[in-house]
Design a protein around this ligand. Structure first.
Ligand code: 4AD
Ligand code: MG
Length: 476
């Protein structure tokens, strides 16, 4: 296979060489010019077929999205719009694409429409850029943690614990749901299940991650997580990917520093490696916003916005300060918030967005949340009311990171679990980390799709994951 990727061919240093390209037809003009794309970049390779050659018969079969193999000399382009073109010597159709049945038209399709064509949406410029950026962010994640000496720990997908205690779990069972086996007192008899107990898809790899951190010092997980929350929003998926670093000997300050450094690293990595994709996404966004009234359009371009995030420290405030800011806001005074604001509430997305988009106009790290609205494992502060939690809120997104310093004191943790009715018996695997050489430790979870949204400027989370799983979509 002597194929060269189109991205390589377009660099121009192969001019004069005979090369082979393979890809899918984007457009076909004047019965002579074939624009071929292979997904390595948004730019197409122009293949020029000279009329009167044996290729003329084959040309009749060139249609949008047919797959082709072209061989010939790469020459400096005569036409405008591209640097190089391929002078076709041989043209081969690998697979036809029937224009009568082809679902896409040569016009702009809505993102919603494209979502229904999971295969062909990958062949559009928008999704080409989105998924190349997504790939780069995943690669950069591994690079970031690897360079820091973190160990990549694979935590299980099937678990019997509910890490977040929010009860948003998908059950996993081999039992026949139509005919559930019962114990004498009428309860479901999980002893007959393959796992012998009630199991679910993981909502987070954190608890297992803590076992790793309290042995390897620094670990991270990066895998799919599942939430059975019935929210059809532009920010929630039932299946999403999460990156969860967990560090021994870290306190909440160290945790915030690492999270901020990580987010900035991801942005700078994409700046360096995906500049053309970012430029395309920025122009796409501008185009999209043309239909909005002037005051709803972004003041700054996507790249400028990311540059600003990169160059400025995130704001750091306490939950109590956040509530004070919200209560002093014109929104609050004019009763424009839908949800109540007072100390003790869980911040709603309208509150988070006010803080980051209107008040601070940059990412904000909120710490010291009331313990009642946070998970059992978070370290209690001396005030007895708050915990060492930290959420990072991003403009246009809301919560992008959730994390905390963990409660390393066995007695305090056991008391909190009792208060929250979490049976300690089933948590021995976890509590052992506090029994045998417990240490201060901390960690966080970055919602990967929310990070992809942030960097690409896309607005619906369904558009930054290859196969979205939401309550309204699980086609295949
Ligand atoms: O705040 P969450 O629930 O925190 C945890 O799961 C902790 N165990 C993380 C840790 O400390 N190791 O989720 C973390 C992040 C959120 O900030 C959000 O970005 C993302 O995961 N997230 C979702 N993303 C898409 N769809 C959903 N349904 C999400 N739920 C959470
Ligand atoms: Mg959270």
């Amino acid at each position: 296979n002597k194929r060269t990727r189109i991205k390589e061919l377009l660099k121009g240093d192969k001019i004069g060489e005979e090369v082979t390209a393979m890809g899918w037809v984007r457009t076909f003009r004047n019965n002579q010019f074939i624009a071929i794309n292979d997904g390595s970049c948004n730019a197409n390779l122009q293949a020029v077929v000279e009329l009167g050659t044996q290729n003329e018969e084959t040309l009749k079969r060139i249609t949008t999205s047919a797959s082709v193999k072209v061989t010939g000399e790469l020459i400096a382009s005569l036409g405008k719009g591209q640097q190089v073109e391929l002078k076709v010597k041989t043209l081969e159709i690998l697979g036809d694409s029937d224009p009568e049945k082809y679902p896409l038209q040569p016009k702009k399709h809505s993102l919603e429409f494209l979502r229904e064509h999971a295969h062909l949406r990958f062949r559009t410029n928008t999704f080409g850029s989105v998924f190349r950026v997504r790939h780069a962010l995943a690669f950069a994640t591994h690079k970031f943690f690897n360079d820091k000496g973190f160990l990549y720990l694979h935590t299980p997908i099937i678990t019997s614990s509910d890490a977040e205690g929010a009860g948003e779990m998908f059950r996993v069972t081999t039992l026949d749901l139509e005919n559930l086996p019962r114990t004498q007192d009428g309860k479901i008899n999980f002893a007959e299940d393959f796992f012998g107990k009630s199991t679910n898809l993981t909502v987070s790899g954190q608890l297992e991650g803590e076992l790793g951190a309290t042995a390897f010092s620094d670990i991270y997980t990066f895998g799919p997580t599942f939430r059975a929350e019935n929210s059809n929003t532009t920010r929630h998926l039932a299946e999403f990917w999460m990156i969860e670093p967990e560090m021994a000997f870290y306190d909440i300050e160290d945790n915030m520093d690492l999270a901020e450094e990580f987010i900035k690293y991801l942005i700078s990595y994409v700046f360096e490696h995906n500049h053309e994709d970012l430029q395309f996404l920025e122009s796409r966004l501008k185009e999209e916003e043309k239909s909005l009234p002037q005051d709803k359009r972004s003041e700054f371009g996507l790249i400028e916005k990311l540059q600003f995030v990169l160059e400025n420290p995130f704001e750091r405030i306490t939950y109590t300060e956040a509530i004070d800011i919200l209560m002093a806001s014109p929104m609050y005074k004019k009763k424009k918030f839908k949800f109540e604001v007072k100390w003790g509430i869980d911040l709603q997305s309208e509150h988070e967005r006010y803080l980051v988009e209107k008040h601070f106009r940059k990412p904000v790290i909120v710490t010291g949340y009331p313990k009642e609205i946070k998970a059992f494992y978070m370290r209690q502060n001396d005030d007895g009311k708050t915990v060492a939690a930290m959420d990072i809120l991003a403009p246009g997104i809301g919560e992008i990171v959730g994390g905390s310093q963990r409660e390393e004191r066995l007695e305090v943790l056991l008391n909190r679990m009792q208060e929250m009715n979490i049976p300690a018996r089933e948590m021995d695997f976890y509590l052992d980390t506090r029994r045998f050489g417990t240490v201060p430790h901390a960690g966080f979870g970055l919602g990967f799709e929310r990070m992809v949204l942030f960097v690409t400027g896309m607005t619906n989370i369904r558009d930054v994951i290859a196969f979205a799983r939401t309550p309204d979509n699980c086609e295949f």
